[in-house]
Design a protein around this ligand. Structure first.
Ligand code: HXC
Length: 256
C-alpha cells in the first residue's frame, strides 16, 4: 500500500523504515502504526532482506502514542477496539533482526516501540522516557515490563512514576541501549551494523534471535497482559481526560 506516514527504502539486504510525521514529532497514530506493521510484514517475508532498521527524524524517533487521537477514548471501547493491539505487536513478531536507530525523543509509546526492537543504537541527542503518568495513564505497549527488564526495578520505578527523561549517556549506562554515537554518525554506524548482521546466516540469525528472546521474554507475555488490563480502563477516567486535555491546551494538568 502507498505510505503517507513512513518512508521505506532498501540498501542491499538492509531495509530502512523511517517514521515520517514531523508535524507531531512522529506521534504514533493508528494509521502510522498500521503502515509500519504493513512494511514490517512485507520486509519480513521478502527473501532479499536480512535486517531491518527502524528510525525517525533528528528531533524525534517518536514522542509517543498520539495523544490527540486517544484523548477521548473510554473503557470498554479501548478493549473492544483492540487499542494499542495487533499492529503494535508486529515488531515483536518480526523474524528478522530489527535495529532501532534513535535520535531525539523516544517517549511513551516511542520508547516502547524502540524497546520492542532487537537492538537500540542511540544518537547522543536521544532522550528516552515513559511520561504517561503526567497525562493520567501508564505505559500500555509493554513499557512497564520491558523497561524494568532492561534497567531494573528501582530505575524503572523512578522513570515511570515521575515521567522523567533519560539522556543517551544514562541510557547506555543503564543498559537500555547497545551503543551511543554522535548524532551525525547515527545512520552510517547503524547501517554498518545492519550490513554486518545481514551478512550472517539467516537461519542462524533466526535461531539466535529466538533464543535470546526466550531468555528475555519468559513470563513477559503475562506481564504485558497484566499491564494491558491496567492501562485500558484508565481511558475515560477524569485524570486521563484532564491530563490529555492539558497537554493539548498547553497547560499544567490539575490532578487534584
Ligand atoms: C500528539 C504530539 C505528541 C504526542 C508531540 N506532539 N507529542 N501530538 N501526541 N504524543 C505534537 C505537539 O502537540 C505539537 O503539535 C508538536 O507535536 C510539537 O510538539 P511541542 O510540544 O510543541 O514540542 P516541544 O516543546 O519541543 O516538546 C517536545 C516534547 C513534547 C517534550 C516531546 O511534545 C511532549 O511532551 N510530548 C508528549 C510526550 C508524551 O507525553 N508522550 C507519551 C504519550 S502517551 P502542535 O500542533 O501543538 O504544534 C503514550 C501512551 C502509550 O505514548 C500507551 C501505549 C502506546
Amino acid at each position: 500500500m502507498p505510505y503517507e506516514m513512513i518512508v521505506t527504502e532498501t540498501d542491499g539486504a538492509v531495509a530502512v523504515i523511517r517514521l515520517n510525521r514531523p508535524e507531531s514529532l512522529n506521534a504514533l497514530c493508528d494509521q502510522l502504526m498500521s503502515e509500519l506493521a504493513d512494511a514490517l510484514r512485507g520486509f519480513d517475508s521478502d527473501k532479499s532482506i536480512r535486517c531491518i532498521v527502524l528510525t525517525g527524524s533528528d528531533r524525534a524517533f517518536a514522542a509517543g502514542a498520539d495523544i490527540k487521537e486517544m484523548q477521548n477514548r473510554s473503557w470498554p471501547e479501548t478493549g473492544l477496539d483492540d487499542f494499542i493491539g495487533k499492529s503494535w505487536e508486529v515488531v515483536t513478531t518480526t523474524l528478522k533482526p530489527v535495529i532501532a536507530a534513535v535520535s531525539g525523543y523516544a517517549l511513551g509509546g516511542g520508547c516502547e516501540l524502540a524497546m520492542m526492537c532487537d537492538i537500540i543504537i542511540a544518537a547522543d541527542t536521544a532522550k528516552f522516557g515513559q511520561p504517561e503518568i503526567a497525562i493520567g495513564v501508564i505505559p500500555g505497549a509493554g513499557g512497564t515490563q520491558r523497561l524494568t527488564r532492561a534497567i531494573g526495578k528501582s530505575k524503572a520505578m523512578e522513570m515511570i512514576l515521575t515521567g522523567r527523561m533519560m539522556d543517551a549517556e544514562e541510557a547506555e549506562r543503564a543498559n537500555l541501549v547497545a551503543r551511543v554515537v554522535p548524532a551525525a554518525d547515527l545512520m552510517p554506524e547503524t547501517m554498518k551494523l545492519a550490513r554486518r548482521i545481514a551478512g550472517m546466516s539467516p537461519v542462524a540469525l533466526l535461531q539466535a534471535k529466538r533464543s535470546i528472546n526466550a531468555a528475555f521474554e519468559t513470563m513477559l507475555a503475562e506481564g504485558v497482559r497484566y499491564e494491558r488490563a491496567s492501562f485500558l480502563p484508565l481511558f475515560g477516567t477524569p485524570h486521563q481526560r484532564e491530563g490529555m486535555a492539558a497537554f493539548i491546551e498547553k497547560r499544567k494538568p490539575d490532578f487534584s
